[in-house]
Design a protein. Structure first.
Ligand SMILES: [Zn+2]
Length: 360
């Protein structure tokens, strides 16, 4: 072997070893977003139970949630930062500040044959899930967002918003559900149907015409649905990326409703537990929990020493600029230590599945 080729080969080998020692690459990533879930919301879970799933994380940090044009982000810009690694303007979904499409983590994952899925308690076309799927100037364009679900080969879609998929497309001459069936998707329209079976085919489970009912008014939990998603997605030997959203924590904040906040946090916490249980067994899965922003300026002002009878007070009906928590477990988790801007978290997630992905 030519001397210089040998030197080059040794150098390349050394750099690969260095890279693999520094960064453990997860096979699977589960991103759980508590919409509006500021630190006080997380505190309710931690104070109420020694078994709170938040206590199980090995890495904790903070995320700075500002958008490109506002100290106080909305969910569209907040989720876009996490899904694409770029800050954008409030109301923009999956596009940059001048409206250009930006690649999201699901698109990166699909390119390298990972499975992708989402589980939310809002409509699947709502701002947060939309940022993982679509590219529109306004989060309010839910019909257009639904159309764009047909352009990406998601493996699991669970949430509300069936009404957008019953719409008749006069150009294609069918509804979105018809088109999904022709693309070999199984369609579930009730949680009972879904939880009774072990899915062996990619599927859409749109369980309500609009959003889900509140967690204490439905007979299925976010945790059960998350389990179903993981059960199917983990069949892919290449790995998967799953996004789970506790969508209605935010709505409790906007409503300044303490009971709703506790109920939705409990529902979301159980979904975190299911994800951590899987990751602890699997050992190749990164679980990352964060929020897009805080809602309501929540404070815990009274309660018993065991965390019961908590009194929750809100100072606003809107979002706030408070930093939010970041909780990570599994390979790559150490990357999320300390204080990160929201879009940096998005970049790190994308580069954990594709280290060669370039950000401008
Ligand atoms: Zn939000």
């Amino acid at each position: 072997m030519n001397f210089w080729i040998l030197v080059l080969a040794l150098f390349l080998e050394a750099s690969v070893v260095l890279f693999s020692q520094n960064t453990q690459k997860p096979k699977n990533i589960i991103i759980l977003i508590g919409d509006g879930m500021g630190i006080s919301y997380v505190s309710t879970s931690i104070l109420q139970s020694p078994d709170s799933p938040f206590r199980r994380f090995t890495t904790t940090g903070f995320s700075v949630t500002c958008s490109a044009d506002n100290l106080i982000t909305d969910s569209a810009a907040g989720a876009t930062a996490l899904s694409t690694g770029y800050r954008t303007k409030n109301h923009y979904v999956g596009v940059d500040t001048i409206g250009n499409t930006i690649t999201n983590i699901f698109e990166v994952a699909e390119k390298i044959n990972l499975s992708t899925g989402l589980v939310v308690t809002s409509t699947v076309t709502h701002a947060t899930p939309a940022a993982f799927v679509s590219h529109v100037i306004s989060r309010n364009e839910e019909t257009k967002i639904a159309n764009q679900f047909l352009d990406i080969d998601l493996d699991v879609v669970i949430g509300g918003g069936a009404k957008y998929f019953f719409q008749y497309d006069s150009i294609k001459g069918c509804t979105h559900f018809d088109e999904l069936k022709s693309k070999q998707y199984t369609i579930f329209q009730s949680a009972d149907e879904l939880t009774a079976c072990i899915p062996d085919n990619k599927f859409y489970a749109l369980l309500e015409l609009e959003s889900f009912k509140k967690a204490n008014e439905r007979n299925y939990s976010l945790a059960e649905l998350t389990y179903k998603a993981i059960q199917f997605l983990s069949k892919n030997e290449n790995g998967f990326v799953l996004m789970v959203e506790g969508s209605q924590i935010d709505w409790a904040g906007h409503n300044n409703n303490p009971e709703e906040a506790l109920v939705e946090m409990n529902d979301f916490s159980q979904a975190i537990s299911v994800s951590l249980d899987f990751a602890e067994n699997n050992e190749e899965t990164l679980v990352l929990v964060t929020a897009d922003h805080e809602t309501g300026g929540l404070a815990l002002t009274e309660g018993k020493i065991d965390g019961s009878e908590l009194s929750l007070k809100f100072v606003t009906k809107h979002h706030t600029a408070e930093v939010v928590g970041v909780f990570a477990f599994g390979p790559g988790s150490e990357q999320f230590n300390g204080i990160n801007d929201n879009y940096i978290i998005g970049r790190k997630l994308i580069q954990l599945i594709n280290p060669y992905f370039n950000f401008s």
